[in-house]
Design a protein around this ligand. Structure first.
Ligand code: PLP
Length: 218
């Protein structure tokens, strides 16, 4: 299925007006379709799998900002550290420290979003509020020292449900947690996908991750 250019134009205009950044989620999609969106002006793309990202990245323009949005294993950080722009799903202190180490090796700073578990489903990854608060305290009082990984904000996924009330409540919770830490440096709130981005934006998201709306169903 080709890229939905009309959907891209409409979505871009909608997000521009709302001052929300778009990460085009290109997992499982061929490089030709990514290039097509790139040529229409899209620069931020998101991938879920390390192997897939590492094989696509060299085939595409260097101007692309690659976002890693999937579950990242510590032993795979080294493969994306040379070029990744933003890692969304950081869900443990161990992973954060590994990103810091690999970024240092590359002499780069890598922006990270801490993933917060807001959905009712067990399966979704992320810190709960208490764990997040603990980690943020450790960083503030320098028990945990990061030199090359930078925490730039939070990311979360709402429950997979048709019930808008539940989704709204979860996004609203994430926004309230984000507001406790928000600053000039900590300024990204990544929430919202094809099915729920409008709710996410109305609850304060400033970065959405959208795949199927642009590329068709996977
Ligand atoms: C696949 C994925 C998306 C995009 O989902 P769509 O429903 O296709 O928009 C967003 N975020 C994460 C973490 C994903 O894995």
């Amino acid at each position: 299925m080709p890229v939905n250019q009309k959907a891209f134009a409409d979505l871009s205009a909608e997000l521009r007006a709302a001052q929300v950044a778009l990460v085009a989620v290109s997992k499982t999609k061929p490089v030709e379709e990514i290039r097509e969106l790139f040529e229409l002006g899209q620069r931020n793309f998101g991938e879920n799998y390390v192997q897939e990202l590492v094989s696509k990245q060299p085939l595409l323009p260097q101007e692309i900002n690659w976002h890693f949005i999937g579950h990242l294993q510590s032993n795979k950080v080294k493969h994306i550290a040379p070029f990744v722009h933003l890692i969304h799903g950081v869900d443990s202190a161990k992973l954060l420290k590994e990103i810091d180490k690999q970024a240092q090796k590359m002499d780069r700073t890598i922006c990270c979003l801490l993933q917060v578990h807001i959905a009712s489903e067990e399966s979704k990854f992320g810190f709960d509020e208490a764990e997040l608060s603990l980690l943020m305290k450790e960083i503030q009082n320098k028990q945990t020292v990061l030199s090359h990984a930078k925490i730039c904000g939070l990311m979360g996924m709402a429950s997979f449900t048709e019930d808008e009330t539940i989704v709204r409540k979860e996004f609203s919770l994430l926004k309230s947690i984000y507001d406790r830490y928000a600053s000039e440096e900590f300024n990204i709130l990544s929430m919202g996908m094809s099915s729920d981005y409008k709710i996410a934006i109305s609850e304060g998201s400033n970065m959405v991750r959208i795949g199927s709306l642009l590329f068709g169903v996977r």
